[in-house]
Ligand binder design. Structure first.
Ligand code: CDP
Ligand code: CDP
Length: 221
């Protein structure tokens, strides 16, 4: 069984960039847990399911064939033989995912699949509940944070670079709404895991955050 480094935090706190950097430096497998919640959401949408209809979402999730594998140092999954990547970042998925991720049965399915990834080797896993629910026993837990204005600005810059016609205030609204759903939902809300090291990256660049995580774990790995 491999080791697990858990990286949690709100949207645009730097989880995926930091996790990828740490995984590359340590030779661990990078796992984006949010991609699985997005995958469940994408599958429902492409099956024409109303994402507010919990029973129908569950049915589309359970009827699909899910496969997991490792590609270029990252965990990847296919749904009914297709590997969605760009599709997972699209607006319809982005807007429905927090509601889908609030369904306890969806969380159970995703958590079990995430835990099984340790069989592939040591992982750096990013998400909202990795330190609290997926790998609560891990000695390596981090909670990344940054001011909401800074996080919204980071997301906005990314969307503009990707050619999306988004307005800064709309990105801010959408981020705050998702933060609110993630932090207040009944099933596994986003909280700082007991024993997690909190890193506020508002005034830190990416390299500094990656180094802070590596320094905290490197004696053991
Ligand atoms: O990249 P960003 O932080 O915007 O989102 P993400 O990590 O792709 O996660 C998308 C959504 O999935 C989040 O807003 C959460 O609602 C949900 N999620 C979760 O509930 N638990 C996780 N471990 C990861 C994501
Ligand atoms: O995964 P999460 O949504 O938490 O954040 P991310 O996608 O890793 O980071 C969002 C954006 O912020 C990316 O474009 C990063 O390059 C940037 N970032 C930054 O400017 N400074 C940091 N300390 C961390 C991330």
């Amino acid at each position: 069984m491999g080791k697990a480094i858990a990286i949690d935090g709100p949207s645009a706190s730097g989880k995926s960039s930091v996790s990828k950097g740490v995984a590359a430096a340590l030779g661990f497998i990078y796992v984006d847990s949010g991609a699985l919640y997005r995958g469940v959401t994408w599958q429902a949408i492409r099956k024409g399911v109303d994402t507010k209809d919990a029973a129908a979402v569950l049915e589309s999730m359970l009827n699909a064939e899910w496969d997991f594998f490792v590609q270029e140092g990252a965990s990847v999954f296919s749904i009914d033989g297709e590997v969605p990547v760009q599709e997972l970042r699209e607006k319809d998925v982005r807007e429905a995912v927090a509601d889908v991720a609030a369904l306890p049965e969806v969380r159970k399915f995703v958590v079990e699949n995430l835990q099984a990834l340790e069989n592939f080797g040591s992982v750096v896993m990013e998400g909202r509940d990795i330190g609290t629910v997926v790998f609560p026993e891990s000695p390596y837990k981090f909670y990344l944070d940054a001011d909401p204005e800074e996080r919204a600005m980071r997301r906005y810059r990314e969307l503009v670079a990707a050619g999306e016609d988004e307005k800064a205030h709309e990105v801010m609204e959408s981020l705050k709404k998702r933060d609110q759903i993630d932090a207040t939902r009944k099933a596994d809300p986003l909280v700082v895991a007991p024993g997690a090291q909190v890193i506020d990256s508002t005034a830190m660049n990416l390299e500094e955050v990656i180094q802070a995580v590596i320094n905290a774990v490197k004696e053991d790995v």
